[in-house]
Design a protein. Sequence first.
Length: 277
Amino acid sequence: MTAHDPRARGRDVLQFAPGVRERTPLARAAWWRGLLPDEARPDDQVHYYGGPLYADTVLDELGLGLLEPSDTWLTSLPYDLVNRSIRLTTLEEAWGLDERAFVKPPSSKDFPARVYDDGADLATTTLDLPGETVAQVAEVVQFAAEYRLFLLDGRVHAASRYLTWGHLDPAPLNGSPHEARVLDLVAVLDRAVGASLPSAVVLDVGLHGPADDPERHVSAVEANMAWYSQPYHADLDRVLDVVLRAAGPLTRVTERDRPFVRAEQGLAVPDPQRTPQ
């Protein structure tokens, strides 16, 4: 692979992590745009789609500026935007939980994100990890529906439902009976905390509530990097717009987005052959 020259102004290309191109429908949209040339050139302006571990091995070589939300973003939101208790802690502390909780790594994939019965249940999966590993612990709620929104400059650029009652059920947001409520939440988030997210990012939103009104709340579920998020049933070409902004040349990152650039972690082991989340 040829080292990237940040002064070059060549053609835009999209590079996938090993094994990802064959599994993602996003490759079709990239091919139609001419972003998948047969041969690399030294002046190619590289964009990226794939896992974070492999990305860390090629950040400098490809000159990438990968945008991602802060691990603390969700827990920093006002309660009325999440409508459930959420906190950041460590695995060591979470191993002491005496009740059911939804536990996940904030942005990495160090351990499975799911509901654990208690700290002992969590420990059966995570005891091989350092106790200081950051964990996000949330109140258990059941989402009636969850939507994936690809945001560009604070607005929904592409969107899809991906789950209903915890089961995979992709469908367009456009035309959904919940479309207006979902878009209203995005507008509220943009006004209240828009500067706390990069200009190109993925936001998951869910509907939940008590048994007698299970769609009462429209809440932020989490924010993720666009460059490793499943499109589900969203318009692939518009998803690609967001990915290209979120994972392009470092030289194109604006001052507004500089705080969200992923720093190289020096990892040398590529991602396992996994599907984007």
